[in-house]
Each structure stands twice: as C-alpha cells, then as structure tokens.
Design a binder for this molecule. Structure first.
Ligand code: PEP
Length: 250
C-alpha cells in the first residue's frame, strides 16, 4: 500500500492563542488536499483553541514537545495525558532546537518516544546532522546512531506507525534547502536502517519527512522522491505559502 504523505507545520515559539486561531482561519481553505495528512504542531498554550478552530476541517493539531513522565513534580512540563485529553494525536520529539537549547539527548528522545506510544500519540522523531558532520562525511553514521537509540524497545507495530523527520541542522531556518538528492539519500538510509532494526514491512510502512527550509518551490520535487513522505515545515508554515506546500501535487 502506498504511504500517505504527511505535511506538518512546526510553529515553534510563534503565535499567541488569538493569533493561532486567526492563522488557522486563514489557512483552512488553503490546505485542503485529500492525498495528504495535514498537521499543525503548535505551542502548548495554543493547543486547546487550535483544536477547537480546526473542527470540521482536514487539519490535525500536534504538539511540539512532551515530557516522558506520566505526571508529577516537573514544573513547566506537559504530560502525555494532557495532550491526549486536549485532542492531540502527534507530537514532535527531539527537534534539533530542543537538543541544542534544552539539552535533549538521544536517550531522552527514546524515553519520550516510548511514552508517546504508551498514550497512543504518534511521535514525529527528528534527526539530522550538523554542517561539520556533513563535511566530514559522517552524516549517515550519525543519523543511524540517532535512529537506533530513538527506537530502542519500540515494538515493530509502533515503529510502523511512527513518523521520522530528517532535518539537516544546517538547512533549518537558513533558507538553505538540501538538494533533492541529499534529502532522498538520507531518507533512504533511514528506511534501510529501520529495515535492519525491524524488517522490510516496517520500513515500507514508516513515514519519513524532510525538513529544512522547505518552500512552495522546493516542495514538489522533494515530496516526489521515493523515500520522502512529506515535510516538516517551520517558517513557511506560518504563511499562505503553506497552502501551496500542502497542495504540492496540484
Ligand atoms: C523546522 O523547524 O522543523 C524547520 C524545518 O524549519 P524551517 O522550515 O524554517 O527551516
């Protein structure tokens, strides 16, 4: 069965609750594409009004982060039960900004991935190399390590339903998009790694996004690659351009 594309916006730390509702109203008619799962990953405080605002549309609401404990004395954190109760089905885990500014490691990513699955939330597991790693020729080795640790103790059924976002760090928010060949090469290597850890069926089912300065002009070629199943989009997800990205095949 062909994999269904999934195109997600990552709003990062942008949009107040009222701005979020306004943006959703603007984007709603622009992001209709029956071939694509459309997801807006929004700041925690925007989740409840956003879930309300997308009712009756094809848009799903996701979170940008989640803690790996059920509940308790973890001031400032958001629990998986809070997300499911609010209507969230997806959560971004291990974005490079969280790894860089909030000390997330492959190990905490793995804990969060396991906890998300426990609560029936699909993780969008981020991986990606630095410019130095790319220039040193260690990109694939590095990404394989990130993937292997992220999927420790994840069952085959869980893995088959997961989403991985390949986001070269040098391409995030820089306007420097990876070439189609670079993106496809790494997404294929990720799929091969999943086949090694599990089997060909899991590898054929898992969805792998490309992220890093995706724009309306780069999306069609990127998303046409055999191992790229959509995108994780930062800056362009806050603009009408996101409609063109979602409708990349129209
Ligand atoms: C991101 O935040 O995941 C991202 C890819 O950002 P941008 O599209 O702005 O590079």
């Amino acid at each position: 069965m062909p994999r269904r594309k999934i195109i997600a916006g990552n709003w990062k730390m942008n949009m107040t609750p009222s701005e979020a509702v306004e943006l959703i109203e603007t984007l709603k008619p622009l992001v209709v594409n029956e071939d694509v799962d459309v997801l807006f990953c929004v700041p925690a405080i925007d989740i409840i009004p956003a879930v309300e605002a997308v009712k009756g549309s094809n848009i799903m609401i996701g979170a940008e982060n989640m803690y790996f404990e059920d509940k308790g004395a973890f001031t400032g954190e958001i629990s998986p039960a809070m997300l499911t109760d609010a209507g969230v089905k997806y959560v971004i885990i291990g974005h490079s900004e969280r790894r860089e500014y909030f000390a997330e490691t492959d190990e905490t990513v793995n804990k969060k991935v396991l906890k998300a699955f426990e609560y029936g939330i699909t993780p969008i597991i981020c991986c990606g190399e630095t410019l130095t790693q790319r220039e040193q020729g260690v990109t694939i080795d590095f990404i394989r390590q990130q993937i292997k640790i992220a999927f420790l103790n994840v069952t085959p059924d869980q893995a088959a339903s997961a989403v991985i976002a390949y986001e070269p760090i040098w391409a995030i928010g820089t306007g420097k998009v990876a070439t189609t060949q670079q993106a496809q090469e790494v997404c294929k290597a990720i799929r091969d790694c999943i086949a090694e850890i599990y089997d060909d069926a899991v590898a054929a089912s898992i969805r792998i996004q490309y992220g890093g300065s995706v724009s309306a002009s780069s999306a069609p070629e990127l998303f046409a690659q055999p191992d790229i199943d959509g995108g994780l989009v930062g800056g362009a997800s806050l603009k009408a351009d996101f409609g063109q990205i979602v409708c990349y095949n129209k």
